[in-house]
Design a protein around this ligand. Structure first.
Ligand code: ARG
Length: 482
């Protein structure tokens, strides 16, 4: 063997069984590590040269050759060879083909075990940072949409039953909270991934006096690993990153479900443009929210990826085991799926058109201000439990008469409790009801506006134009707007 055909070396006489080769090869998926692998090898080669373990000429040839191999593989000028098993051996073999003997010195003091652990951390960092950036764009889209709907009232729900009126902005900002936490979780995972395993060798370090810190710093790692057995056998960083992706996908799925509901003819609260919908091959009238459904549906694979990862690692003895190769595909798939889903969701949120008139009608139907009647009585000294009973009684009267609470006369209200006065009807206006909820975290207009200001500053958005101080809220005959 010339040293370019796999890592089985001269101990082996026969070739790998064809079936074994097919299951053993990872190059179909670990080619994603090409950039990371070349960066890691370049840093390793420079480190070897600095320690006098590689001549300056050899180091320069390796550096140049690695760049050429990377470009040729990326451009498809060089083919990936499954017989060479993985990205590491494809790159090394091509390097040796290209630069000869110098290339055969690159693997000094290194194993594919610390190499792949390093590459995966570099990949996780780049992919995780991209996810953080996309999440920032989704948060910005939600903030923009919220700013456009500070004065759009909509029903807030519990149990999918209309509960109390809220500002649509408050609803959008609820999702921004989730994605803000998701960003934090991804960043936390990346902070723990920010450790260089290079120099851990196959499992027990190396006899060569590598200067690990310098190589780590060159690759942008904050630290070097402290235990070689752990460093080559650890995939916690992948599990953590995928866990963050899984929860993020769950949040995306919840929002996607709302989009599907809102765009249904039953609700009619919102519309998505043709960019995010498809038709039916059979029913000409259909406009289906496919992308929202797909984002919701992809939750299965991202959550499944996390289950796959922890199951692969469970029960592995130290240190490296080939099982760990099985952690790669779920890592790639989860991060790539979550990132694409975040991008699609940002596009759909920006595209969403609310039917503000329909929302306003929905707020006015279903006794959403019943709590106000109870709160009113509490303001007159009634115990909340008693006030709740009275308000419930009045709701029943309204249902029996087929009217909303605001249509009950003062006499009818007073028959239930003489402490009702003429000002009670003002409390039953949904906008008043929302603005009476004026405490941190609640949907009163000044609270929502302050949240928008905070988020605009944090996300570096042009401050959302402060809506007029006493806005005309959308009325049932008002126009829809974005
Ligand atoms: N493709 C392998 C992986 O993903 C690289 C490490 C192989 N190491 C070994 N000792 N066979 O884990």
């Amino acid at each position: 063997m010339s040293g370019t055909k796999g890592a089985r070396g001269r101990r082996f006489e026969g070739g790998l069984d064809a079936l074994a080769q097919r299951m053993n090869a990872s190059v179909d998926f670990d080619r994603r590590l090409l950039d990371a692998d070349v960066a890691g090898s370049r840093a390793h080669a420079r480190g070897l040269a600095r320690q006098g373990l590689l001549s300056a000429d050899d180091a320069a040839a390796i550096d140049r050759g690695l760049g050429e191999v990377r470009d040729a593989l990326a451009a498809g000028e060089l083919a990936w060879d499954p017989a060479l098993e993985d990205v590491h051996m494809n790159v090394e073999a091509r390097l040796i083909e290209r630069i000869g003997d110098a290339g055969r010195r690159l693997h000094t003091g290194r194993s594919r075990n610390d190499q792949v652990a390093t590459d995966l951390r570099l990949w996780a960092r780049a992919a995780g940072e991209a996810l953080v950036a996309r999440l920032g764009e989704l948060r910005a889209a939600l903030v923009h949409k919220a700013a456009a709907h500070v004065d759009t009232l909509m029903p807030g729900y519990t149990h999918l039953q209309r509960a109390q009126p809220v500002r649509a902005a408050h609803h959008f900002l609820a999702y921004q909270e989730m994605f803000e936490r998701d960003q934090g979780r991804v960043r936390d995972a990346l902070a723990r991934a920010d450790v260089s395993p290079l120099g851990s060798g196959a499992l027990a370090g190396t006899t060569f006096p590598l200067a690990r810190e310098g190589v780590a710093a060159e690759l942008g790692f904050a630290a070097v690993s402290r235990n070689s057995l752990d460093a080559v056998g650890d995939r916690d960083f992948a599990i953590e990153l995928v866990a963050a992706c899984a929860l993020c996908q769950v949040h995306l799925s919840r929002l996607a479900e709302e989009l599907v509901l809102w765009c249904s003819q039953e609700a009619g609260f919102a519309r998505l443009s043709d960019r995010w919908c498809s038709g039916s091959s059979l029913m000409p009238q259909k406009k289906n929210p496919d992308l929202a459904e797909l984002v919701r549906g992809k939750t299965g694979r991202v959550v499944g990826a996390w289950v796959t990862l922890v199951t692969v690692v469970k029960g592995l003895p130290l240190a490296y085991n080939k099982d760990l190769q099985e952690t790669q595909e779920p890592l790639y798939d989860a991060v790539e799926t979550a990132t694409a889903s975040v991008e699609v969701m940002a596009g759909m949120v920006a595209d969403l058109t609310l039917d503000t008139a329909r929302l306003a009608r929905a707020v006015g139907e279903g006794h959403l201000v019943a709590t106000e009647l109870a709160d009113y009585l509490v303001s007159k000294g009634v115990a909340f439990r008693d006030a709740h009973d009275t308000a419930g009684h009045l709701v029943r009267i309204a249902i029996e008469r087929g009217v909303e609470l605001a249509a009950l006369s003062l006499d009818e209200l007073r028959a239930a409790d003489p402490r009702f006065d003429a000002d009670v009807h003002g409390w039953l206006d949904p906008a008043t009801a929302v603005d009476r909820r004026d405490l941190p975290g609640a949907p009163a207009r000044p609270r929502v506006v302050a949240e928008l200001a905070r988020l605009s500053a944090e996300l570096g958005l042009a401050a959302p134009a402060a809506p007029a101080p006493s806005p005309a809220l959308a009325t049932p005959d008002g126009a829809s707007d974005r």
